[in-house]
Design a protein around this ligand. Structure first.
Ligand code: ATP
Ligand code: MG
Length: 794
């Protein structure tokens, strides 16, 4: 191919251009966020193709996510102004290694159709080996062994390469069990994620002919987000590049956020040693963010001791300061951000309207997403969740919802099918077929079919006992649902279905308590508590978050309807949407407007990360904060809540220490809604004038500019702190209920228009203690406990 003109080079600064045009030999591009590393890398690929140095299939380009790989392909095409046919070796380490390993599986005694185990499978396998070795897995959890083995694989240590000191871990059995585990995997024709790299490295090391073939094949190697590679990945790259040394790595030590997965920032230092004479390119001009955003990010990351250190500058206009705002609780934070997004979309305050696609909310922990999803659905704000299912689509949430559904509607067969053997109760396919048959021949729902089957003694053994427990529990839960309805209806109301509970109901349980009881009695909570996989704690947090969501509803039915509507709410993919994702997932991306919620000590920096890794953990969290702030181009808003429900408990939280590290000159503290107006009601009741007092914050020249100290010293903030200590938030439901009772009674007078979840709108005719006589528009006159209605618009 003859060299064509390369107009795209004109879009680069001299340093980038140097990195792009140095096509041969090792290049290390080490530079801060938004300096155009990925742009240079992409342009380099385009240049390789355009100059005819390489064909698309001769370029090995490693990116961090599959999404990044797709985007890179598009960017190359755009740079060249033509589509690029086939770039088969552009992808993640894992994706590329799976393809390679399938070609050479026999060299590590596997067949090419090997399966890839997920973390659950991996743990199950380890548990079997642990118990075969007569080790008490309560003292020596399987998860610990899994962590050790992953760590060894990340360092490219096969069983025979683990140093003796390390192999003695896990009660002196670590090394031995690792070996047994690898043998078992081969027997099963399976690999785990760590094996993909480990096997490829060992194939390259033991079979020089295979290695040579790929060294010839991959003539140019490029790696983005290099700071997050682990040792095994590094060795793999080094082997492939050893001959031609055409390798270009770009990264930023300040954005290394996968240390917990074995990434080694040291790989950056190693590169120059292993590839002497490497061209090291430093980029310092940031093209992404405004000076305030950049200064805020630099101020935070300066707190880290272990870093290479670098300066960033920008020519961009000064723009808005980073905005900081405190809220009463997480729900209010979500509400405020929702309103803020809507007003940015409308383009009020003299600013041009913004597309929802330009805005992102980046959270530290995925359970934070729920509050936003709920809020956005309520106000009809389209959103997408990237890097994971939406909250209500997660496996554990669907399981839990199926339990709630069967409690509300015992004839919900789909729910029954989902839960009958989740968690495992020894009710496998055979038992389930029998239940199906019993149900079909009697023309009844599955749950009833199961009851009949038991009565007729059609099922034996442990399964029968377990099914009996489940059937009884379902009946009890249903009775409790009905009981809650009784409480909720006026005294004389008769239940619609006239069903008399056979089981003693669970007395006086609220629907929130009932939900907790259901998850406990079913063994579902315990199932995840006993699960030692890395995902289990997250799943438990999601379950807690689910129970928390119930508090916003009067009963389980109302909640289930809400979720059903949510799930029905799939929007067209072409529609513009706000992005919700984790900070980890946001690496390398950019958005004009970024919200960073939940900056509270314990949540961010995450307590777990600090507990497990001390100062190293804290520094990694700080890099994550740096990644977060530097995603923003024009507007970055950081927020925190004074109260958050974590692990099912209300906790008053302290603003994150990272907030203190933000340089004052580049931060504008917004007035939390109600702070000066004294509008903070009981938690969850504050529906007052959101956004009042804040609104002018963006337009500049507004009255309520406050510093951080102003906010902490303000009477409103102190009052909020004082209330926090007065009201024991650890028992939110009771204290909340009584607060609501009082307010409800005192706030209604005859003639008020009210709304009731079940009976709809009505007018208060009279008041008697905590009960109201209400003439409902559709349901007629009823007496209703005051706390079950809310004031409606007149
Ligand atoms: P990160 O560290 O976050 O991955 P990065 O260094 O990879 O950032 P890029 O994403 O490549 O940065 O670039 C950031 C933004 O700056 C992009 O919008 C890109 O198009 C723009 N940009 C990069 N280089 C230039 C340049 N020389 N002139 C104008 N814009 C540029
Ligand atoms: Mg990048």
């Amino acid at each position: 191919m003859a060299a064509r003109p390369a107009p795209y080079l004109d879009d680069l600064n001299p340093a980038q251009r140097e990195a792009v045009e140095a096509l041969d030999g090792p290049v290390l591009m080490l530079a801060g966020a938004g300096t155009g590393k990925t742009k240079a890398l992409t342009t380099r690929i385009a240049h390789l193709l355009n100059t005819g140095r390489a064909r698309p299939n001769e370029i090995l380009a490693v990116t961090f996510t599959n999404k990044a790989a797709r985007e890179m392909k598009e960017r190359v095409a755009r740079t060249l102004g033509q589509s690029v046919e086939g770039m088969p070796w552009m992808g993640t380490f894992h994706a590329i290694c799976v393809k390679l390993l399938r070609r050479h599986a026999e060299l590590v005694d596997l067949k090419s159709n090997f399966t890839i185990l997920d973390t659950d499978d991996q743990l199950r396998l380890l548990k079997q080996l642990i118990s075969a070795a007569n080790i008490d897995d309560k003292r020596w959890p399987a998860r610990m062994l899994a962590g050790l083995i992953d760590g060894w694989k990340n360092r490219a240590w096969g069983p025979s390469q683990v140093p003796a000191g390390e192999a003695a871990a896990y009660n002196n059995m670590g090394g031995e069990l690792y070996e047994a585990y690898q043998r078992r995997l081969v027997e099963l024709n399976a690999v785990d994620f760590g094996d993909l790299l480990l096997h490829m490295v060992s194939i390259f090391q033991k079979h020089p002919d295979v290695l040579a073939q790929y060294q010839r094949w991959f003539r140019y190697i490029l790696v983005d987000e290099y700071q997050d590679t682990n040792v095994a990945q590094y060795l793999w790259l080094r082997l492939l590049a050893a001959d031609h040394k055409n390798i270009c790595c770009v990264g930023d030590d300040d954005q290394s956020i996968y240390g917990w997965r074995g990434a080694e920032v040291g790989n950056i230092l190693r590169f120059e040693k292993d590839f002497p004479g490497a061209k090291v390119v430093r980029l310092e001009q940031n093209y992404r963010s405004t000076p305030h955003i950049l200064a805020a990010a630099s101020g935070v990351i300066a707190g880290n001791r272990s870093r290479l250190g670098k300066e960033l500058w920008t020519e961009a206009q000064e723009g808005e300061k980073v905005r900081l705002i405190g809220h009463w609780d997480g729900e209010e934070e979500a509400r405020w951000i929702g309103e803020e997004i809507e007003s940015l979309q409308r383009g009020t305050r003299g600013l041009p309207p913004r597309s929802l696609d330009d805005m992102a909310i980046l959270v530290r922990a995925s359970h934070q997403m729920r509050a936003f999803e709920d809020r956005f659905l309520t106000i009809g704000l389209p959103y997408r969740v990237i890097g994971g299912p939406r909250f209500y689509e997660r496996m554990e949430i669907r399981d839990a919802m199926a339990y709630f559904r069967i409690a509300v509607s015992p004839d919900d067969d789909l729910a029954f099918e989902r839960i009958v053997n989740t968690p495992k109760r020894g009710l496998g396919d055979k038992a389930q077929q029998k239940i199906q048959m019993a149900a079909r021949s009697n023309g009844v729902p599955l749950l009833e079919g199961a009851r009949i089957l038991l009565e007729e003694k059609g099922l034996g053994g442990k399964g029968a006992a377990e099914l009996r427990k489940l059937v009884d529990a379902c009946a009890r839960w249903h009775a409790a649902v009905l009981n809650a309805q009784l409480d909720f209806l006026d005294e004389d109301a008769v239940l619609d279905d006239g069903l008399v509970p056979l089981q003693p109901p669970l007395p006086g349980l609220s629907h929130v308590e009932l939900a907790e009881v259901i998850l406990d009695e079913s063994g579902y909570t315990a199932h995840w508590q006993n699960d030692k996989s890395p995902e289990a704690p997250g799943r438990l947090e999601n379950l807690k978050e689910l129970v928390k969501a119930l508090e916003n509803f009067d009963n389980l039915q109302g909640f289930l309807e809400h979720v059903a509507l949510i799930m029905d709410n799939e929007q067209e993919e072409t529609e513009e949407k706000v992005t919700i994702m984790t900070l980890h997932g946001a690496k390398g991306l950019e958005f004009p407007v970024v919200f960073l919620p939940g900056w509270e000590d314990g949540l961010f920096p995450s307590q777990r990360s600090m507990d497990e890794n001390g100062l190293k953990g804290l520094e990694e969290e700080r890099r994550l904060a740096y990644v977060g702030i530097t995603r923003a181009e024009e507007l970055c808003t950081i927020s925190f809540a004074a109260n958050r429900r974590l692990y099912g408990q209300w906790q008053s939280s302290m603003p994150s220490r990272f907030i203190d590290e933000l340089p004052e000159d580049h931060v504008e503290v917004l007035t939390p809604p109600g702070l000066y107006g004294g509008g903070y009601g009981a938690a969850g009741l504050n529906t007052g004038s959101m956004g009042a007092g804040f609104g002018t914050g963006l337009a500049g020249g507004m009255e309520q500019r406050a510093t951080k100290a102003d906010v902490y010293n303000s009477p409103g903030w102190k009052r909020m702190q004082a209330r926090r200590s007065e009201r024991p938030l650890s028992q939110p439901r009771e204290s909340r209920a009584s607060a609501i009772d009082l307010e409800a009674v005192s706030s209604f007078t005859a003639g008020n228009r009210v709304f009731h979840q079940k009976f709809g709108y009505g007018i208060v005719m009279g008041i008697e203690g905590d009960k109201l006589d209400i003439a409902f528009e559709k349901a007629g006159a009823k007496k209703v406990v005051a706390r079950f209605v809310v004031a409606a618009d007149q």
